[in-house]
Design a protein around this ligand. Structure first.
Ligand code: AMP
Ligand code: ZN
Length: 482
């Protein structure tokens, strides 16, 4: 899907959107650093497994924010990283008897596949920690030069929170004294302060490692986001997002590292999504209510899952249950019915002046678009924005009849597409068909692998009816439109 290039009602210069900034704990007017441009960074997954339904929330929410900003006419540069080295990665690779790199490749590919089914577009850049070791080392060196980092005998490097006392804790609203008194201190701890955190970890036997001024080792978790955000977006960015659990310590540490090194504001608006629970319980492996998007994909259409994730404003907690998904599916079906109805009406639509009701419909359509934008401007209230789409459908169903004025129908279709496009919902007819063809071709490849010729022929006939011819070649199936 090509990226939409700016919205029809972009109003540069005028400020519309309000964003709840975790740093100030207030809804603030969103003013990007550079007019017309937005730089945003979202913490991505650690790729040691398929991502779960909770992780899907920030991916969908921030994809929607990006789409909305584009609709408002901003040019958005969106960076979402892959954490491809950490303890979990190393443990999991050892368990499976593969390299950390192989593990990462597998789950990065899986991320893109599942994200696509959730309607999440690829970011502008998806940097990986292991591909930015020089940038990470350079940033740690900058911190050393400023006296904000120290090495220990085992080859680790830590951030020195004592030297950053006045600032540390500002995002999570804590101060270092409280944090220190609450921290557990290990007897053999090599850190100067319990709140100090690793920037670099000296190599332990059997671990992957890179050369550095401190010997062989690997980056700590937090430093990759600071280094990669600065590389692709500059030292000060507009928006940084992630789930609530990342506020402390991850984002607190990102601020300490970045602002410690540059002396500049790292992020202007901090956004955090609320948690997703399962049947009103925290999702956890031990409770047996842990679902990957891969599991869910077997049972539910992931577009319905996207609809469900957007059915609440992103900061509120959200409860996942079978009924909730069923409801989201029903709502999505109503949108598809509306789309099909609009398509049907196209055939008999007339090139004539609009009658009074049709003219009123065009006014209502504009009002719905405004309601939609107002909702999204209010800290991305997708729940109300979905309401605006259904209001448009209601108005259209009352007024649009076979033989309606083309002008009125086209106004409704354009607005409907704009709104659903911002939410990443409701595919175009053509897109839907292509997906169906892809799925059939894949099913046929599987049937042939199993030497199920009957099924393979049946699928070929089905494709033929849809207007596609399949040829079997040495390189596999070739599909052609007839
Ligand atoms: P992780 O791979 O654990 O670092 O998580 C990737 C993203 O998912 C982060 O932004 C987390 O804050 C977010 N996240 C993890 N669990 C949940 C959940 N249950 N609900 C909402 N967001 C979550
Ligand atoms: Zn991060």
């Amino acid at each position: 899907v090509p990226a939409p290039s700016g919205g029809h009602n972009s109003n540069r210069g005028e400020i519309h959107m309000k964003i709840f900034n975790t740093m100030t704990r207030k809804k603030e007017e969103f003013v990007p650093l550079e007019p017309g441009k937005v730089k945003m960074y979202v913490c991505g997954p650690t790729v040691y497994n398929y991502f779960h339904i909770g992780n899907a929330r920030p991916f969908v929410v921030f994809d929607t924010l990006r789409r909305y900003l584009e609709h408002r006419g901003y040019e958005v540069t969106f960076v979402q990283n892959f954490t491809d080295i950490d303890d979990k990665m190393i443990r999991r690779a050892n368990e499976e008897g593969i390299t950390v790199k192989e593990l990462a490749e597998r789950y990065i590919a899986a991320y893109f596949e599942d994200a696509k089914l959730l309607g999440v577009r690829p970011a502008t850049v998806h940097p990986r920690a292991t591909e930015h070791i020089p940038e990470i080392i350079a940033l740690i060196q900058r911190l050393e030069e400023k006296g904000l980092a120290y090495r220990t005998d085992n080859g680790d490097v830590y951030f020195d929170t004592q030297k950053y006392r006045s600032q540390y804790g500002k995002l999570s609203g804590q101060n270092l004294d409280d944090l220190e008194s609450g921290a557990r201190i290990e007897v053999d701890d090599i850190k100067h302060d319990p709140m100090d955190f690793a920037l670099w970890k000296g190599q332990k036997p059997g671990e992957p490692a890179w050369e550095s001024p401190w010997g062989m080792g690997r980056p700590g978790w937090h430093i990759e986001c600071s280094a990669m955000s600065m590389k692709y977006l500059g030292e000060t960015i507009d928006i940084h997002g992630g789930g609530q659990d990342l506020i402390f310590p991850h984002h607190e540490n990102e601020i300490a590292q970045s602002e410690g090194a540059t002396g500049k504001t790292f992020v202007r608006y901090w956004m955090h999504n609320g948690f997703l629970n399962i049947d009103n319980q925290k999702m956890s492996k031990s409770l047996g209510n842990f679902f990957t998007v891969r599991d869910i994909r077997e049972k539910y259409d992931l577009e319905a899952v996207r609809m469900f994730l957007l059915s609440a404003q992103y900061r509120s907690p959200l409860n996942f249950s079978q009924e909730q998904i069923a409801q989201a599916k029903a709502a999505l079906d109503r949108m598809y019915t509306a789309r099909d109805n609009f398509e049907f009406l196209k055939q008999g639509a007339q090139e004539r002046a609009m009658n009074a009701e049709e003219a009123q419909l065009v006014e209502d359509t504009k009002a719905c678009m405004k309601r939609f934008d107002d909702a999204m401007d209010d800290d991305l209230n997708t729940a109300d924005a979905i309401g605006a789409i259904f209001e448009l459908i209601k108005h259209a169903n009352v007024t649009l009849k076979p033989g309606c004025a083309k002008e009125a129908l086209e106004a409704v279709i354009a607005t409907f597409k704009e709104m659903t496009g911002v939410l990443g919902l409701v595919k175009e007819k053509e897109e839907e068909k292509n997906e169906e063809v892809d799925a059939l071709v894949e099913a046929r490849a599987q049937a042939r692998k199993e030497k199920n010729w009957k099924e393979s022929d049946r699928i070929r006939d089905q494709l033929k009816e849809m207007g596609y011819v399949v040829e079997d070649t040495a390189q596999g199936q070739k599909v052609r439109r007839v």
